[in-house]
Design a protein around this ligand. Structure first.
Ligand SMILES: [Zn+2]
Length: 255
């Protein structure tokens, strides 16, 4: 497998952002399978759509690609805030690939984020552009990458090596059971999942979960019964086979 971008494709493009886009898209369509259905290839879409870059011809899922030289960090710069919120609220946002490459243009990491992991809490509104800017007043957004639960950041390439296709597709199929059309309840579910993930041991207790009440209340100030919400979302995670109830307020993570 050739992990390097084909630099010759960038000839004629002036901006660094355009070059990266052309090179990384070409590489992904040449080398990456569809993480939703396992189709060996994903096809490039014409660039007349506002966000979507690629589409799987077998399952029809549409993907957007964001690429970065080096580490992703905590946030990913995205487009207009209002558009993003509208898309995630109307379920028209695409699946997301996050690609990292080295200074010599070799792909090091590729992560797949299923579209239903996008909830308002992971979208950060940026400050409006200042009066001196050409598009002054325009409001962009950041994707708070590190706030997405680890179950929603499915690795496809790590350290320059592909993860087995079956492992990737199985992970996707499992997390897909989390998908609901109610964006608010999904937001709650991911916040509770983040709390569960932050507990290191395989076993944990309801009492430990109640330790997150303040954090959760800050995220959802409108809710006055966070304890009940925690219990309810733990039941959802149990029904989706992410955790097991062992009785007496003790839970076990299902890896
Ligand atoms: Zn597919």
């Amino acid at each position: 497998m050739n992990m390097y971008f084909d630099i010759s494709l960038a000839e004629g493009y002036k901006s660094a952002a355009q070059k990266t886009r052309v090179l990384s898209e070409a590489w992904v369509t040449e080398n990456v399978f569809c993480p939703c259905c396992g189709n060996p290839h994903i096809s490039k879409l014409e660039n007349n759509l506002p966000v979507a870059d690629m589409r799987c011809k077998k399952c029809g899922e549409v993907f957007e690609l964001k690429s970065k030289n080096g580490n992703i960090g905590k946030k990913i710069l995205d487009g207009a805030y209002e558009t993003m919120i509208e898309r995630i609220s109307s379920f028209t946002n695409p699946e997301l690939f996050v690609l990292q490459y080295s200074p010599d243009y070799a792909v090091t990491d590729l992560t797949f984020i299923p579209k239903f992991f996008f909830v308002p809490n992971i979208i950060e509104k940026r400050k409006p552009l200042p009066p001196t800017a050409r598009r002054h007043g325009w409001v962009g957004c950041n994707i708070l990458y590190s706030n997405i639960p680890e179950q929603g950041r499915i690795p496809i390439i790590r350290g320059g090596r592909f993860i087995d296709k079956d492992i990737v597709v199985n992970k996707y199929v499992k997390v897909k059971s989390i998908q609901t059309n109610n964006i608010e309840s999904r937001g709650w579910l991911f916040d509770i999942l983040n709390c569960v993930n932050s507990i290191r041991s395989e076993l944990f207790t309801l009492k430990e979960m109640y330790g997150f009440i303040t954090v959760l209340h800050d995220l959802h100030p409108e809710n006055n019964n966070v304890e009940a919400k925690i219990r309810q979302q733990l039941q959802v995670l149990r029904d989706k086979r992410f955790i097991e109830f062992l009785g007496n307020g003790v839970y076990k993570k299902i890896i």
